[in-house]
Each structure stands twice: as C-alpha cells, then as structure tokens.
Design a binder for this molecule. Structure first.
Ligand SMILES: NC(=O)c1ccc[n+]([C@@H]2O[C@H](COP(=O)([O-])OP(=O)(O)OC[C@H]3O[C@@H](n4cnc5c(N)ncnc54)[C@H](OP(=O)(O)O)[C@@H]3O)[C@@H](O)[C@H]2O)c1
Length: 249
C-alpha cells in the first residue's frame, strides 16, 4: 500500500474508540496526526504518547466539533503546528439511546450538531487547507442509520444524513482531487458502546448471531479500512459509503 508518509491527518473524536485506532494506524503508516477530542484530555494525551513511543508524530487538540468557532480553532492549530492538511476523518459522535417520549429539543440539537454540523464545517475548512495534491475526507456513519435500534431514532437520523453529504461533497470536490467517502461500521466494541450498555444488550447477541464472521468488530477492524480509504490506493473511490460490518446485513 502507498503509505501516507509525510501526510497530515485530522481525526475528530480520537481520544478513544474507533477514532483513537484510526489515528494510531495512520501514525504507524507515517502520517502526522491531529488527535481531536472534546472532553477526554487524558485519553487524547495517552493516544499521542503511545504514537510518540513508536516514532509517530501527533498532537492533541481540544475542540468541540458541535461549534463552528471551535472547528475553526482546530484547523488553525493544525495549520500553525504542521502547516498542511491531506486527510480529515469526521469520526466524533455521541452514542446515546433515548426513548422517543424522553426526547427534548436539546436531545435533537446536540447529536445533529456533532454528527452533521461538525462534518459540514470541518469539510468546509479541510477543502481550504488541502493543497494542489488534493486530499481525502472520510465520514463515519452509525450502522444504525439503516436499521435504527429502539431509542436510537435521533442519533440514526442525524448520522444517516452523512451519506447524502458524502455524495454531494464528492461531486463538488472531485475536480479539486478531494475524495469524500463514508464508512458504516457494524457493532464495534468501544468505550462509547460499553458506556451505553450495548455489550450487555440483546443487540450484541443479535449482531454476533447474524455475523458470518462470528464476532462483533474491534476498532482496528475499522481503522485498517479507514487507512486504505485515506490513502491514494483508494484513488478511484469517492462518494461511496462502505459497509464494514463482518458480513451482517
Ligand atoms: N462503536 C460502534 O459500534 C459503531 C458502529 C457504527 C458506527 N460507529 C461510529 O464510529 C465513530 C466512533 O464511535 P466510537 O464507538 O469509537 O465512539 P466512542 O468510543 O464513544 O468515542 C467517541 C469519540 O468522539 C469524541 N466526541 C464526542 N463528542 C465530540 C464533540 N462534540 N467534539 C469532538 N469530539 C467529540 C469523544 O471525545 P471525548 O471523549 O473527548 O468526549 C470520543 O473521542 C462514531 O462516528 C460512530 O457513530 C460506531
């Protein structure tokens, strides 16, 4: 594989889970990585120092991607420290299940801002920062956006819109050599999934029983595919949403 040596990536929501694994795999392949987080400074610092001990280059930057001013600060910090951008992974998300009758205005705004406003404005900044060689943008969708679980309606709807965003941005940015893709992982064991109680829920048993691979995913299952999608080896892939779900339909 053509390694992302010398390239610069921003991974949003990389203090833990899938984002941390993507950041780690990109750094292992030679990219300099901006590890974004909202609240978990200790987690982001751990990810950065684990990369550094293996010779990787990374910095942690706090920014809540639900706010445009903070997204602007994230890109300004990247420009200041590393001076270029080649890859953006819009990964940050809130994993939350809430019964329909318990949904308030706030429970709609927050996931929509993190899952949709964040990628829209991060993409807006990224395309300005990518140079003449172009770049690669990956949007992470929730698997449930095609088969929402009980209590997952708002979360699923907000992340489902990323598929349209991906296609539209791919069309717009294609002539500028910027490829935009989405990934739709199946159930992956992460801190967020554990905190939401999914590992003890019927969803876990259901996902395992339907998976030809016979197991749920681990963050590295997703990260390795993300590195391929970010690299120039996937140069003829854009506008697509790739399912990485262990064969679950
Ligand atoms: N795990 C699964 O089964 C699964 C399945 C399908 C799709 N996905 C997708 O994969 C992605 C990662 O999921 P995960 O399971 O790894 O989640 P996770 O373990 O809960 O990690 C979420 C990450 O997002 C960050 N984050 C949350 N709100 C943020 C905000 N407003 N601004 C910046 N960062 C923010 C968190 O940072 P802090 O800790 O600092 O708040 C954390 O680093 C998500 O897009 C999710 O929809 C996951």
């Amino acid at each position: 594989m053509r390694k992302p040596q010398g390239k610069v990536a921003i991974v949003t929501g990389a203090s833990k889970g899938i984002g941390a694994s993507i950041a780690t795999h990109l750094a292992a392949e030679g990219a300099a990585v901006v590890v974004n987080y909202a609240t978990s400074k200790a987690g982001a610092d751990r990810v950065v120092s684990a990369m550094a001990t293996r010779g990787g280059k990374a910095i942690a930057v706090q920014a809540n991607v639900a706010h445009t001013a903070e997204i602007e600060r994230l890109f300004a910090a990247t420009e200041h420290v590393v001076g270029r951008l080649d890859m953006l992974v819009n990964n940050a998300a809130i994993i939350e299940f809430r019964p329909r009758e318990g949904i308030t205005e706030e429970h709609v705004y927050t996931p929509c801002n993190v899952h949709l406003l964040g990628p829209i404005f991060a993409t807006q900044h990224a395309v300005q920062h990518c140079g003449s060689e172009g770049g690669s943008i990956i949007n992470m969708r929730a698997a449930a956006s095609r088969g929402p679980q009980p209590g997952g309606a708002v979360s699923s709807a907000s992340t489902g819109a990323l598929e349209s965003l991906t296609r539209a941005c791919a069309n717009e940015r294609g002539p500028h050599k910027i490829r935009v893709k989405a990934m739709r992982p199946g159930l992956v064991e992460t801190e967020g999934v554990r905190a939401a109680g999914v590992m003890e829920s019927p969803e876990r048993t259901y996902s395992t029983s339907r998976a030809p691979c016979g197991r749920i995913g681990q963050p590295s299952d997703i990260a390795m595919v993300a590195v391929f999608l970010a690299s120039s080896d996937s140069g003829w892939i854009t506008g697509e949403t790739l399912r990485v779900q262990g064969g679950v339909r």
